[in-house]
Design a protein around this ligand. Sequence first.
Ligand SMILES: [Fe+2]
Ligand SMILES: [Fe+2]
Length: 394
Amino acid sequence: MTPVTSPPRGRAAGADGPPDGSGPGLEAEDVQAAFDAAVAADERIEPRDWMPDTYRSTLVRQIAQHAHSEIIGMQPEANWITRAPSLRRKAILMAKVQDEAGHGLYLYGAAETLGTSRDELLDKLHAGRQKYSSIFNYPTLTWADVGAIGWLVDGAAITNQVPLCRCSYGPYARAMVRICKEESFHQRQGYELLLALTRGTEAQRAMAQDAVDRWWWPSLMMFGPPDDESSHSAQSMAWKIKRHSNDELRQRFVDICVPQAEALGVTLPDPELRWNEERGHWDFGAIDWQEFREVLKGNGPCNEQRLHRRRTAHENGAWVREAAAAHAAKHTATHATGHTADHAADRTAADRDDRVEPAAAGPAQPNTAPDTAPDTAPDGAGAPSASRSTRSRA
Ligand SMILES: [Fe+2]
Ligand SMILES: [Fe+2]
């Protein structure tokens, strides 16, 4: 068994005397029992608590995949920031895409508490050794896709993630609380965007319907393979990382979406969708798992483009990381020697440098690239005429 590197968790350690069962010389069986008891009692496992290696590696895999999905997920929508049909829509979309970067940050932070650095996880993402959600390998062809992503993709994410707020691992659960609040805003902005389109012209209504037609099935795939094929589900549920099965969550999502689609005035592209009185749920058609597996394998419409842009953005951002590290080192050194006056002078100089640098850098420097990249290299085929038609309404 795993060597014991830290005392086992106790309940409310420090508050009521020594943690239960803590102390040196504990047998591995004892810490395993303490872990099992904590999970059974719905307590949180914290970073310094003992945990089985497989619990740790399962969490790292899941949190990394989640973090990667947040930052790769910025790409399909960032593609539309420069072409948003109004200042209001642009501001909302920018805030949303920025939120996704923040979600990535919370999650990489949560993974770090398990002893895995962000650099290591990013290297694995860039090398194709860790996955992100297959949904982000589909292109955003029209402005309505921004609405469909908000409504369906963020909606599916919420359905998946609300139960994760009760995940047994403390840092992950707490990150999810904040993320879910923001996802809820994302879902509403998507719904409201689609509503503006479906209440608009015939062309706008058709554009909204087309987006829903393309995003519906991939959204259902976001819940992962069916329960009988899901290799990690049972163990994750036993550890209370996961609270509901893939199929259960998928059904919940379908049940939520059907009345919303009706209110929006769009049709969900599934002829087998019908209310099942006996089950008290909506029945739906078979999912094309072959397509899911292909996209997961890297053969989706945008896999290559997404990873290529991610790697390029990472390379272009190297100077920012170096500068931040150099600044942090200088800051630490200044504080260590207590030269506060010198530090204040340095700080002023640094602020001055910060102001001067972008102008001096000129348009070809990497720091200006992210702003222009999405627009100069549109995602997929693009539909400028459709986006223009939106301009007057949405
Ligand atoms: Fe997110
Ligand atoms: Fe989101």
